[in-house]
Design a protein around this ligand. Structure first.
Ligand code: GAP
Length: 610
């Protein structure tokens, strides 16, 4: 079956998410709130499964990682120490016409003709037209040409007067005296300068568009700023290549890029004042650093070891977009894995092991590993984890950030990217952060973050490798990856299009659906409910008796339920004793069916969903 096009595919996914209760717009009945999302019954289960898989893989299946659950609002000095108050910002630009705000790096470069305007007179011109008749207007044009289009903010009234005088004289010298001309010029100047808009403005037009389109946009710009019928002044044009200074939606000039801090503010306590200012955490990581000492002492972990945390983070993103991909409230799953500084490893083992090609996640960590090998190890571990929940290696890209892209504290960062329908984008960043964070908190809090390493007989501030992933982004990747359309036979055997969410059984919201073949046969319903109750303590089960069996299968295919168990007449023993107490177990992806003994169902399903 032909694959839907990129935009179409995303539209279908968004619509399925709403229809089936994966994801809803937040505050929908009030018109929604941009950048905020709610997870419905299926979405909530999906997220829980993702988080449980991640948590289990780190804290239960390893000996060297422990968990933390810290508060969202923390001491504001933490964000000074981490650098968030001073540097956690994106460059933003505003459209001068619509006031809409954009991230500067998201403006696509464009080429075309830019039309520049020096300002506008309130001269009675209509949108798209130029007002050429009045002497005052012509005087401004003459003035601007003579002044080489110097900004009208620095208007030289005397020079303007001279321009107007020349024009008046050329037109009226025979009918008016010198004195009358002088008086007329002064009156006109006083009148027009009062209604002058001195703000420059520009419009970019794509090749082939007539100049009137630029004039219309400029007219709207000056009209919005209080000039009722703007006569545009000083129009001139220039060809531009690959510029990002204009709004691609309407051609209007954008403001100069300026930094915008992404932290959401609140105040703590009954008085709202600068002293009570606090932030909703923009990442969960900092809590791990500030609790490093406490956690290390109580868990009696020795370096190398990690602390992980799952929790909400908030960023006042300039442009939330691509569904939940960039939200203002989201969840992170972060691990800070503390390691010895390379100098300590060198002293302890005699040498720091060197990189020798791509690290296998199967390799056991060694005492002579420095940060580079630990970093590679975690990249491999994380890729393996994504594969274990159904993101095939071919859907992921390992992107090593070049030096110029690295954050100031990072020695190296690898982004694990996923091929979303809207482009290949980051799912998780794995950064080697050195000792930046602990050293900063030591400096700002005055409390030692040093660790005494008995084995190495050395005291040091540990270094850290940080795999940091987003739950919502991963949920979206899994949904996009799972979405499929194929052909399946309907009740009468005719092929029809089936929408199927091929979610890995480990993270599927419902693991098994239980159906009585017919709802009006009491024995079938009774048996089906027994099967449901048998499975319930072990897995999420959905019981459905409404509608034709084919339709019930389709509903579960859309929900991503990997297995369906149907209780039919064979189950009741009506077609021979050998099939009594067996059910039809249908597999979502292959649609294959097999007979399974009811007593064997829990173990068989448990094995396939773990
Ligand atoms: N402590 C490091 C840190 O926070 P980050 O790259 O800014 O690094 C880590 O964020 C992960 O958090 C990202 O890879 C992404 O999965 C998720 N994330 C970040 N901003 C997000 C947003 N606005 N909406 C959804 N997820 C986001």
């Amino acid at each position: 079956m032909a694959e839907p096009k990129t935009g179409e595919r995303m539209e279908k996914i968004v619509s399925l998410c709403k229809r089936r209760g994966f994801i809803f717009q937040s505050s929908e009945i009030y018109g929604g709130l941009n950048g905020f999302w709610d997870y419905g019954p299926l979405g909530a289960e999906l997220k829980r499964n993702i988080k449980e898989c991640w948590w289990r893989s780190l804290t239960q299946l390893r000996e060297d990682v422990v968990g933390l659950d810290a508060s969202i609002i923390m001491h504001p000095r933490i964000w000074d120490a981490s650098g968030h108050t001073s540097t956690f910002s994106d460059l933003m630009v505003d459209c001068l016409l619509t006031k809409k705000r954009y991230r500067a790096d998201q403006i696509e470069p464009q080429s075309g003709t830019a039309y520049h305007y020096s300002g506008a007179l309130d001269g009675g011109a209509t949108p798209g037209g130029m007002h050429k008749e009045s002497l005052a207007y012509q005087a401004f044009e003459l003035y601007l040409r003579e002044m080489n289009h110097a900004p009208l903010a620095d208007l030289d009234p005397q020079r303007l007067k001279t321009c107007l005088y020349q024009l008046c004289k050329a037109q009226d010298s025979k009918t008016r005296t010198e004195e009358e001309l002088e008086g007329m010029v002064s009156d006109t100047i006083n009148q027009v300068v009062g209604g002058l808009n001195r703000e420059p403005f520009s419009v970019l037009l794509p090749p082939g568009k007539p100049v009137e389109s630029a004039r219309k946009v400029a007219w709207q710009f000056y009209h919005q700023r209080g000039t009722q019928f703007p006569a545009l002044l000083g129009e001139r044009s220039e060809p531009l290549q690959n510029t990002t200074r204009f709004n691609p939606e309407n051609g209007s000039l954008l403001t100069e890029p300026r930094p915008f801090n992404l932290m959401l503010k609140t105040s703590v306590g009954p008085v709202e004042s600068a002293d009570n200012l606090a932030y909703l955490r923009p990442e969960t990581a900092q809590a791990i650093f500030v609790q490093f000492k406490n956690v290390q002492e109580v868990s009696r972990q020795k370096i190398p070891f990690g602390i992980c945390q799952i929790g909400k983070a908030f960023r006042n993103e300039i442009n939330p977009r691509n569904f939940t991909f960039r939200s203002r409230e989201f969840e992170q799953m972060e691990l800070e894995f503390f390691i010895r500084p390379d100098e300590v490893v060198q002293k302890m083992t005699g040498s720091v092991a060197q990189l020798s090609g791509p690290q296998s996640s199967g390799v056991n960590p060694q005492p002579n590993w420095g940060w580079e090998l630990w970093h590679q190890y975690w990249v491999a571990q994380r890729l393996q984890w994504y594969e274990s929940i159904g993101l095939g290696r071919d859907t992921l890209v390992e992107y090593w950030q070049p030096k110029e892209e690295l954050a100031h504290y990072a020695k190296a960062t690898v982004d694990i990217q996923f091929k979303f329908p809207f482009g290949t984008q980051e799912l998780e960043g794995i950064a080697a952060r050195g000792d930046f964070d602990l050293t900063q908190h030591q400096k700002f809090s005055g409390k030692s973050m040093e660790y005494f390493d008995e084995e190495a007989k050395a005291k040091y501030v540990p270094h850290v490798i940080e795999p940091s992933a987003g739950v919502d982004r991963l949920a979206l990747a899994l949904i996009c990856n799972a979405y499929g359309e194929d052909q399946a036979p309907d009740e009468k055997g005719k092929l029809e299009t089936r929408v199927v969410m091929k979610l890995h059984p480990r993270i599927a919201p419902i693991k098994v659906a239980v159906f009585p073949l017919l709802k009006n046969r009491a024995e079938l319903v009774k048996k089906a409910k027994e099967v449901r109750d048998l499975l319930r303590p072990h897995l999420t089960v959905f019981y459905d008796e409404a509608g034709a069996i084919g339709r019930r299968y389709r509903r579960q295919d859309e929900a991503g339920t990997p297995f369906g168990a149907t209780i039919d007449f064979e189950t009741l023993g009506e077609n021979g004793p050998e099939l009594k107490d067996t059910v039809t177990l249908r597999e979502r992806d292959s649609m294959k069916q097999q007979r399974v003994k009811i007593g064997e169902l829990p173990a068989l399903l448990m094995e396939r969903v773990r």
